[in-house]
Design a protein around this ligand. Structure first.
Ligand code: CA
Length: 227
């Protein structure tokens, strides 16, 4: 796994890179948001560790911009006084967050947990599994985490991607909100089923036709092909 470390403090970056290397991860480092976006575009890293306090761009904008490009896992890192919390991190499209100062052991555990969660939901590259799901003109590729509709790429957030991929497992089948929450957000999600509705609305908007995801009154949602 190749991890991109976005951190402007050279001494913090050096320690993190060393720790990641010792834990068996490949890692590269950039010190600005602009460089981070270049590397995400050019090299497709597998994972991003993103410090929010960067010299050239607001880290929350960098997080959103990475999320607009790709659905790869992101852990955001912030200093204690930046008041990042789990809600804000999730709103930014991040998968987890850490407050500085943090220990390498904690960082590695978080990276493994986030990677494991995304693997469980999306069984990447397991023999015998097809990583892409196709329905009508919609193609959802789990390996590259890209969604293409009628030849044009659709940019989803990590959760939107996972939700769509989940529904696409069985087009036409109705999935209950609780079932979706459990599969896409883990059992310990603190929110309500309204979260599911908000993400469905986001996906519909991006797909350009609400009929892609049909609400079944009192039950849940199903994926369908418009027309
Ligand atoms: Ca910083």
């Amino acid at each position: 796994m190749q991890i991109l470390v976005v951190e402007d403090d050279e001494s913090v970056a050096a320690g993190v890179l060393e720790g990641l290397g010792r834990a068996g991860f490949g890692a590269s480092h950039v010190g600005t948001g602009g460089r981070a976006l270049d590397v995400v575009r050019a090299d497709s890293p597998d994972f991003v560790l993103l410090d929010l306090g960067l010299p050239d761009m607001d880290g929350t904008d960098v997080c959103r911009a990475i999320r607009a490009l790709t659905a790869i896992p992101i852990i955001v890192v912030s200093a204690r006084d930046e008041e990042i919390d789990r809600v804000l991190a999730l709103e930014l499209g991040a998968d987890d967050y850490l407050v500085k100062p943090f220990g390498m052991r904690e960082l590695i555990a978080r990276i493994r947990a986030v990677a494991r969660r995304s693997d469980e939901r999306l069984p990447d590259g397991r023999p015998g599994t097809d990583p892409s799901r196709n329905i009508g003109g919609l193609s959802i590729d789990q390996r590259s985490r890209r969604v293409v509709l009628d030849g044009a790429e659709v940019y989803l957030t990590a959760k939107e991607f996972e939700l769509l991929y989940f529904l696409a497992a069985e087009p036409g089948a109705v999935f209950e909100r609780r079932e979706i929450l459990r599969a896409v957000w883990d059992g310990d999600w603190y929110g309500t089923t309204k979260t599911v509705d908000a993400h469905i609305a986001g996906i519909r908007k991006k797909l350009g036709d609400p009929r892609w995801i049909e609400a079944v009154r009192g039950v849940g949602f199903r994926l369908g092909v418009p027309g």
